[in-house]
Structures are given as C-alpha cells and as structure tokens.
Design a protein around this ligand. Sequence first.
Ligand code: HEM
Ligand code: HEM
Length: 176
Amino acid sequence: MSIELSKDQREDYTRYTLWFIYLCIIYSIIGFGWGALMGGIKPFRDFVEYSAFGKFIVLAHAHINLLGWVEMAIFGALYYVVPRLAGRPIYSVNLVKVHFWIHNFGLVGMVVFFSLAGLIGGLPNGTDPDAPARTVSHLLAFAGIFGTLVLLANCIWGYNLFRTAAGWQARQQQQA
Ligand code: HEM
Ligand code: HEM
C-alpha cells in the first residue's frame, strides 16, 4: 500500500496544521487578555475570589490557556515534527481534521460552561438558597461532557501519531 499523500491530502495536512497554530495564537490572546482583566480590574478580581462559584471562572481561564494556547501549539508542532522524524507522511489526514474539530468544539464548550457556572452561580438568587448550587452542578455536567470530547480528541491525535511513527526503523534501514 502506498504511503504517499495525494495533492489534496498534502494541502489539507498543511492547512490544518497551520490552523492549529493560528488558533493557538488567537486562544493565547484571549487567555492572556482574560488573565490581565481578571487580575487588573478590582471588581472582576473580587468576583472570582469571593463569589460562591467564582473559581470556575479561573478554571475557564486556566483551560483556555492550557487546552487552547499550550495544547494547540504542541499539536501543530508535533503534526509537523513526527512525520519528518518517522520518514513518512502523516498516517491519516482525515484524523487530523476530526481531531481539529472535536478538540476545538470540546474546548470552547468546556470554557463556556465553566464560565457560565462561575457567573450564574455567583449571582444573587432571591428565594431558594440551594438554587445556584443546583444550576452550577447542571452546568458542570455539560462542562464534563465537552471535556470528555477533548479527551477523545487527544486519543485520536495520539493514535494518528503512533501509526505515523510505527515502522520508522524499517524505513531508515531501507534508505541506508
Ligand atoms: C497574560 C497572561 C496571564 C495573566 C495576566 C494571568 C492571570 C491570572 C489570574 C489573575 C489568575 C487568578 C488567580 C486567582 O485569583 O485565583 C490566574 C489563574 C490561573 N492561570 Fe493565568 N494568567 C495568564 C496566563 C496564563 C497562562 C498562559 C496559563 C497556562 C498556560 C495560565 C494558567 C492559570 C492557572 C492554572 C490558574 C489557576 C491557578 C490557581 O488556581 O492557583 N495563566 N491567572
Ligand atoms: C479533558 C480535558 C480536561 C478536563 C475535563 C479538565 C477538568 C478539570 C477540572 C474539573 C478541574 C477542577 C478541579 C478542582 O479544582 O476541583 C481542573 C483543574 C485543573 N486542570 Fe484541568 N481538565 C482538562 C485538561 C487539562 C489539561 C490538558 C491541563 C494542563 C495542560 C489541565 C490543567 C489543570 C490545572 C492546572 C488545574 C487547576 C486549576 C486551578 O487550580 O484553578 N487540565 N481541570
């Protein structure tokens, strides 16, 4: 079986690898800006520190940075490096695309639901004192579902890189 990519596949491989890198830049700007506002604006800082569920807003900040800026940069870099190291094109360009969409969908969902939990849970609630905690637990369940998608996306990424790397010794011996 040939392991050459078609022209379209090569183009898609480059496009999606660059998209990981472009989005890592965008997420870093959002994540750093978020951190600066959270630390620099006193009412915002007080809200995340003292409101009942404000810590979830910090979690959203942490994860847009870690899953957006840090992980996306690593994904883009390793999609470039591993095929070159292993001496063959990426095992599956389709899996690169699937990984890209599932990771981004999961990450944005996770961040949105962590933020909503922090915001809605922190707002005053008139009659029922348990209502915010109930709402927060539902919102966190959604954050967990989106988080599971991020985990699934990571497994797809790992599988694709392992399949790409497999057989590198035989390929090197052939070339020698
Ligand atoms: C300009 C850049 C950044 C600024 C101004 C910033 C600012 C902040 C602030 C104000 C907090 C809240 C601390 C608190 O009151 O609990 C925080 C928490 C946090 N940030 Fe950032 N941040 C930045 C970038 C990043 C990056 C790049 C990452 C990860 C790669 C990151 C990860 C975290 C984590 C994990 C926490 C939670 C720490 C804890 O709970 O103790 N931040 N950040
Ligand atoms: C599948 C994806 C992930 C999910 C669903 C997830 C979920 C969570 C949850 C629920 C917490 C809160 C724990 C608690 O305080 O009770 C947390 C904290 C944290 N996670 Fe993640 N996480 C994910 C991926 C990651 C990754 C990839 C990193 C690092 C590269 C990371 C770094 C952290 C850090 C530093 C904290 C502590 C933040 C703080 O103290 O405010 N997480 N995560």
